[in-house]
Ligand binder design. Sequence first.
Ligand SMILES: Nc1ncnc2c1ncn2[C@@H]1O[C@H](COP(=O)(O)OP(=O)(O)OP(=O)(O)O)[C@@H](O)[C@H]1O
Ligand SMILES: [Mg+2]
Ligand SMILES: [Zn+2]
Length: 264
Amino acid sequence: MDKAVDLARMFAKTMSEKCVPQNGDYIKDGLIYCGKCHTPTECRTVFHGEEIIFPTWCECARRANEERERESAEAQRAVRAPELRHLSMMSGKLSECTFEGADKDGENSRSMTICERYAEKFPKMLEDNRGLLLFGGVGTGKTFAAACIANALLERNYSAVMVSLVTLIDGADEIIRRINDIDLLILDDLGAERSTDYGFERIYAVCDARYRSGKPVIYTSNLPLETFKHSEDIRCARIYDRVLERCYPVEFRGTSIRKREAWV
Ligand SMILES: Nc1ncnc2c1ncn2[C@@H]1O[C@H](COP(=O)(O)OP(=O)(O)OP(=O)(O)O)[C@@H](O)[C@H]1O
Ligand SMILES: [Mg+2]
Ligand SMILES: [Zn+2]
């Protein structure tokens, strides 16, 4: 007889010996059936023309295993959630921004839909290294939209970190150290930083390290898209080039929501 078939039979037998038959199990058509769920705990396989009986999971064992896996994933999530939240560097009002709580009917409804879709499709965005450039006037909701995306991802156990470029200049080393671990990096307010050579150098270092990590960035900016496309300043141009290559531009329009809120 075929040596491979012998081996397969031996393998099947060893596996079967590990399965202790439960009370109530019975044999039907030559296979053991589970006494609880009445589905077989064995299956027939044809191997090199020979029939071999392998142990398998009956329906209730399969369900119990799925449940165990779900519980263990849930437990891992519960442990990781506060850690991810802490690492996100988002606190206070930012950590409360959600798509559910957002006003989606205003002039930026299309932009908000794009952001929501981005969060939904994040696994693909991450794989393809595709980011967003949220640009537009002061107070139009760019930071808010970026925070909604970050919170949606944290909810799903991705690591998302949001930092303002104005403050990043001092904390750049810390971000660069973690640059490959972060699933989504949000750099808030590109173009608002003080334009010293040192400042540009730090920002460029972060943008470039992230660019090389092959993972996505969402930028927010007050600058018009034209400035990103045609910057005379070489220090800016090498940053903006990387931004435009990887980020889909989404415009935020209208009057400042901050002003509107102040008057009601
Ligand atoms: N879609 C929205 N639903 C509810 N509140 C919003 C929405 N968009 C913005 N806001 C609120 O409007 C205010 C201004 O928004 P935000 O800070 O995001 O503007 P911004 O475009 O980032 O402005 P800046 O250019 O000055 O950084 C915030 O208080 C924010 O919570
Ligand atoms: Mg902002
Ligand atoms: Zn069963």
